[in-house]
Design a protein around this ligand. Sequence first.
Ligand SMILES: Cc1cc2nc3c(=O)[nH]c(=O)nc-3n(C[C@H](O)[C@H](O)[C@H](O)COP(=O)(O)OP(=O)(O)OC[C@H]3O[C@@H](n4cnc5c(N)ncnc54)[C@H](O)[C@@H]3O)c2cc1C
Length: 489
Amino acid sequence: MVARTGEQYLSGLKDHRSVWVNGQRVTDVSSHPGFKGSLAGMAGYFDWQHVEQDECLIENETGDLVNVSHLIPRSREDLALRHKGLRALARYSVGMLGRTPDYVNVTFAGFAGQPSLWRAAGNEEGHDNLIAFQKEIAAKDLSLTHTIVHPIVDKRIPDYEGVNQQLALRKVGETKDSIIVNGARILATLGPFADELAVYPAHPVPEDQPEIALAFSVPMNAEGLKVLCRDHYTVDRNVFDAPFSSRFDEQDAFIIFDNVEIPKSRVFCDSNPAVFNTVMRRGWTGNIMQQTVIRALTKLEFAYDLASRMADVTGQNQRSDTTQMLGELWSFAELTRSALKAAEDGAFDYGDGTWICDERPFIALRPTMPGWMVRTNDILKLIGSHNLLATPAEADFEDETLKPLLAHYLRGADDANAKDRARLFRTAWDMAGSALGGRVELYERFYLASAARNYSLAHMMAQRTQDWQNVPDFWAATDKITEKYQLGR
Ligand SMILES: Cc1cc2nc3c(=O)[nH]c(=O)nc-3n(C[C@H](O)[C@H](O)[C@H](O)COP(=O)(O)OP(=O)(O)OC[C@H]3O[C@@H](n4cnc5c(N)ncnc54)[C@H](O)[C@@H]3O)c2cc1C
């Protein structure tokens, strides 16, 4: 058994990493009181893979049980196996945790499954390191964050020019066993709570700036690696009062590489734009989006059930405005399920014997999903209304004076129990309205880059892969048929 438990995960964090939160440098995140809830949530994820072991764990080639997200799919059946496992993992937080370690695990399984892309253009060593690293992540059950986006000071200027260029993460030196890098990256979700930070290609880089064409992984405690946390949104409450904010703040961080030494054994692309600019072109979307869409589906189905229960308990379930919104929510979930099925049904061997989903349904979902997620939160608020705030805490229900009053005044329709009712609305508020809920909404909007950019990419892809002749075809075919009727003469 190599899949770790929560306790094993927590003990791995005591490594003197350099994390800043609220002006304070934290060297032992595992004992920082502000992180207690988040770490309980993350430790719970590692325990969950054992509780749901039939779905979450698989045997590797040495017979050890590893997380299913390390599987390199070699067939349609493998993709189905991974689907089941990722679904079970997403159920743990009903998709409110976007960056559980399976996200980066799936990414690296996809990379390792495309060796011909990484072995190209003189990158044999980088390729070998990548293959070995993917096995190491699985064998040690490491938790990875990733940071692939270059910070931009001024969006009027191209990414790698002028003031923007000065921020770029770049190679600045080399020793016998390491390369030295400097620069910054946005963002690293899970940054302070991960074991390693992976850097890999996102947007293409200019050919004449090879020093920024880098892919590597580095332990979070590397000298010079600075992790700047945003405000932490965990609330020190029990899970009844704050089911998400008490334990699922996965914490985003801005990352500064201040002359960080990256061991050469962890470098997968060293100043090689030819590799950097091609590895993401084939298979990345179809691979990673199986994980992200399964998570999104889990969340949308949860939101639909939550909203339906809120409508029941307030007696709004026959009102047409409410049923329309419930139907809208169900439709989001069903369209997501259908797109996922289409992508999986259309899977094929992308090369190197690795099976990857058809990316087209995912390319369409990628910019569309953020709008659905925002609307989902909107619907939870519209159906919830003031009820979202008329929610006594669990402790209130234990107070002898309050208990009978709450049972009377805050019961639900059809005599629904007041405490159950409060829990329902607390869950909805924590999902859609709390500080953490607001952060998760921002995550949904941007974690795969902005919708605007992704719609543009969808259009570019559509133009590249198909010769669109619908308009001239219509003119040519239909005009001819109706010619003899001399329309408009
Ligand atoms: C809560 C949250 C968590 C996040 N977690 C992570 C994380 O863990 N790891 C991570 O790497 N990122 C993470 N992100 C960052 C996310 O990737 C960026 O916020 C996202 O890319 C949106 O950036 P933007 O607003 O600049 O939008 P965009 O305009 O989409 O720009 C994104 C990048 O793409 C470039 N770009 C824009 N248009 C084009 C184009 N036409 N062609 C090529 N490039 C283009 C931009 O210059 C920029 O570098 C997270 C974001 C949020 C909000």
